[in-house]
Write a protein that binds this ligand. Structure first.
Ligand code: NLE
Ligand code: FE2
Length: 330
């Protein structure tokens, strides 16, 4: 078919980096980079804790073997892990009343009502995915370790979430530092991202960023990763005259959530062309946050930005086959 010819041609084109065309090809998007390894990095709260390190490795090994089409295996969590979960859950529940955006609170309520998320036990990804697929078609995919920005963003194009930049980690943060984890963990994925991915506008915005990243240059990937960071991870919005979190990195970290909404850090209006160039902090609280009027408004701004984003082709996403097709103007 014409599409096949186009694909073949593009693959011969040295200027366009390879990218997945079908959701199954996300199997090839799991290039890991090393960042906060508790084995060698004293900034990791689990540094020096042998039991913690072994557990993290065990869960990462499980995730590393996952392939497209596999059934998700249930993970047996320990009582100590359930306990960390409950501790964080209680703290967040209290803060979310005033500091989480209404979209988050609405979706969280639904997740709790349906029994998909519970305070008592850490839920399994399988039931989370069943819920999300119904709501927005997003699914969480386990992976081990920190992914490259290119691979992470590519999966978003297909409404597949491989964790926060990095991994739908199935391990938990260290119990001594429940208020903030320098690396994404299961609490971040489930209590930060999941309620937000259940929102159609946020889901669309994430997918748009993903689609923009396919075949993009390294510099463009850096910009998209930065926009993603400042909105999907650390974004704020204004509701009833108050600053509230839309970003998953804030919604899952009760220490940083309070900091972000206080008048200690700087707050700037979200303008994609500017935000895309801003340096960010990735092992401690941010000194600067971007504020949007709301999720719909942020999506509108992102689309405007996408229109100016230069690439030698455009892409059409087909939700029926979960694949992308290139369109080049001749
Ligand atoms: N700092 C976040 C948390 O503690 O939940 C996780 C990292 C988000 C990129
Ligand atoms: Fe994240």
């Amino acid at each position: 078919s014409i599409t096949a010819v186009r694909m073949y041609k593009t693959r011969q084109d040295p200027e366009v980096p390879w990218f997945p065309r079908h959701v199954s090809e996300i199997d090839k998007c799991s290039h890991c980079i090393t960042k906060y390894e508790p084995t060698i990095d004293p900034r990791h709260p689990g540094f020096g804790d042998e039991v913690y390190i072994a557990r993290r490795e065990e869960l990462n090994r499980l995730a590393a073997n996952f392939r497209y089409g596999d059934q998700l295996a249930d993970v047996q969590y320990t009582e100590a892990e359930h306990d960390t979960w409950r501790q964080v859950f209680d703290k967040l529940e209290h803060l979310h009343v005033t500091l989480a955006c209404s979209t988050y609170r609405r979706n969280l309520a639904m997740l709790l009502e349906e029994g998909v998320l519970t305070r008592e036990r850490i839920p399994q990804l399988r039931s989370i995915n069943a819920f999300l697929e119904r709501r927005t078609g997003f699914i969480l995919r386990p992976c081990s370790g920190l992914l490259s920005a290119r691979d992470f963003l590519a999966s978003l194009a297909f409404r597949v979430f491989q964790g926060s930049y990095e991994n739908t980690t199935q391990y938990l943060r260290h119990h001594t530092k429940p208020h903030h984890s320098p690396e994404p963990d299961l609490i971040h994925e489930l209590l930060g991202h999941v309620p937000m991915f259940a929102d159609p506008a946020l889901a669309q915005m994430s997918q748009d960023i993903g689609l923009m990243s396919l075949g993009a240059s390294d510099e463009q990937i850096e910009r998209l990763a930065t926009v993603y960071w400042f909105i999907v991870e650390f974004g704020l919005c204004r509701e009833e005259g108050q600053l509230r979190a839309i970003g998953a990195g804030l919604l899952s970290a009760f220490g940083e959530l309070q900091h972000a909404c206080s008048d200690v850090p700087e707050h700037r209006e979200f303008i994609p062309t500017e935000t895309a160039l801003q340096k960010y902090e990735d092992d401690d609280y941010q000194p600067l946050y971007y504020v949007a009027d709301g999720i719909e408004e942020a999506l509108g701004k992102l689309r405007e930005y996408a229109g100016k984003f230069e690439r030698p082709f455009s892409l059409i996403y087909d939700p029926y086959t979960r694949s992308v097709t290139e369109v080049r103007s001749v």
